[in-house]
Design a protein. Structure first.
Length: 458
């Protein structure tokens, strides 16, 4: 008999969860203006809003918390993290930041100006927000296959080289300060980018003299998919794959709250000393001195340990298998999802789930609300609300994909939790035709509105 798969860890501490009633949830979501970000954590039974900063740290990481050096300057915890980043990613220059969007702020402050273009593969919300806040434009060059949720493609995060080169040919070099590759690509469904595509994009950028950077929040998960889906890398270790990936780029932003498995932290790393000096100025201005960057020493130490643990194959296999398990259960219920499942989340195709709800009534947000009402499960919309308004016309943008993301925190939930989530969506799928109306905006911020938007029933 083949032995079943088992998680490569055991549970040491538990946190009680309270099950609410549907009547309570109906009141809570109404009071929160149908915005799941505004719910209190105790009003949520299973929280799949994000995998960012919500994971469980290991006993070794908690040990590093106790060993943290809280010196304002020259902290030994900083040098521990610096050594890990250099040895693991091959990037010699870095500054810590309090999270990924802070690293984006430093990078774009140093490199971006009004009117610039930043091509890449489906920039995520904070990335696009930082770009558009500076009156620049994020250009999506993702392959077309990514927009067909039923199509199996092993690397739906890939950049279309033809689209990218068209951007390079049609615009002056001075208007394109960098190209950004998001690994894995969150907006298209947590989909990986192949090593072949990373190399091809890097070579094309070199041809046009354009630096290329990673949004590396989930770089280890991307390396896992390269190992398991690109035949020539099947026998390579995760760390060898990671080093090869980063050898193709000039630098990276990183939210440590994902693949470094910490609750807070990030960094910006690069090779160019001139660029690094500019970044350093902004780091001191926005984040703090260069050896703490808005973090306590204990957080730097925990992130160093987490980066190493995040590159362990057994951990990654367990992580991705849990995501795959949720995807397989949803398929069994008939729920349409982005195929194949990605590294950190399952993405439900809200356009196929609720085709009778107009796009102007925010299908994915409507589905997210239904999931919360059904079982107290909090997901997040990756669709028209997140896409925001066009900066020039102020009209709503309707992306090709309208998705409900179920992001699974690392080392937190059991198979029973996963089965519960799937059953909730299965129930919604059975009664989907009875969901007759969506949501409309009552109040919104001018940028990144989905975090604070207020909605009501249509």
């Amino acid at each position: 008999m083949e032995l079943p798969f088992a998680e490569p860890y055991k549970i040491k501490v538990v946190e009680p969860l309270r099950r609410s009633t549907r009547e309570e949830r109906e009141a809570w979501i109404r009071e929160s203006s149908y915005n799941l970000f505004k719910l209190r954590s105790e009003q949520v039974f299973i929280d799949l809003l994000t995998d960012s900063g919500t994971s469980a740290m290991s006993h070794n990481q908690w040990s590093e918390i106790m060993l943290g050096d809280e010196s304002y300057a020259g902290s030994s915890s900083f040098f521990k993290l610096k050594e890990v980043i250099n040895n693991l990613l091959g990037l010699p220059l870095f500054v810590p930041t309090h999270q990924g969007r802070a690293a984006e702020n430093l990078l774009f402050s140093a490199m971006l100006k009004k009117g610039d273009l930043v091509p890449g593969n489906a920039h995520f919300d904070t990335t696009k927000g930082h770009i558009e806040f500076r009156k620049a434009t994020a250009v999506d060059c993702t392959i077309d296959e990514a927009s067909d949720t039923s199509l199996y493609h092993p690397f739906k995060g890939n950049i279309d080289l033809g689209k990218l080169e068209q951007v390079f040919r049609n615009n002056p070099r001075k208007k394109i300060p960098l190209c950004l590759i998001t690994i894995t690509c969150n907006t298209s469904g947590g989909q990986p980018v192949s090593m072949k595509n990373i190399r091809e994009v890097s070579n094309l950028c070199q041809k046009y003299g354009i630096p290329v950077f990673f949004d590396a929040a989930r770089f280890a998960e991307n390396a896992y998919f390269i190992k398991t889906r690109e035949k020539e890398y099947a026998q390579k270790g995760i760390r060898d794959i990671v080093m090869e990936m980063f050898s193709c780029v000039d630098g990276a932003t990183m939210s440590g709250k994902k693949d470094a498995i910490v609750n807070i932290g990030g960094f910006l790393a690069c090779r160019d000393k001139v660029l690094f000096d500019r970044i350093s100025m902004y780091c001191i201005l926005y984040e703090g001195y260069l050896t703490y960057g808005g973090l306590a020493g204990r957080d730097l130490a925990a992130m160093a340990q987490g980066l190493l643990e995040g590159c362990e194959f057994d951990y990654l296999e367990s992580r991705v298998r849990q995501v795959e398990y949720l995807g397989s259960l949803l398929r069994g219920y008939g729920v349409p999802i982005q195929e194949p499942t990605g590294g950190h989340a399952v993405f439900v195709d809200a356009r196929k789930m609720l085709p009778h709800i107009p796009r102007e009534e925010f299908q994915a947000q409507s589905l997210a609300v239904e999931l919360y009402l059904e079982g107290g499960v909090r997901g997040v919309e990756i669709g028209a609300l997140l896409a925001d308004r066009d900066p020039a016309s102020r009209e709503n943008r309707y992306p090709r994909l309208e998705l409900l993301r179920l992001a699974i925190p690392r080392r937190v939930y059991t198979s029973n939790h996963i089965e519960y989530v799937a059953a909730c969506l299965g129930n919604i799928y059975e009664r989907r035709d009875k969901i007759r109306s969506g949501l409309k905006i009552v109040k919104e911020a001018p940028i990144m509105r989905h975090f604070t938007v207020e909605l009501e029933r249509c």
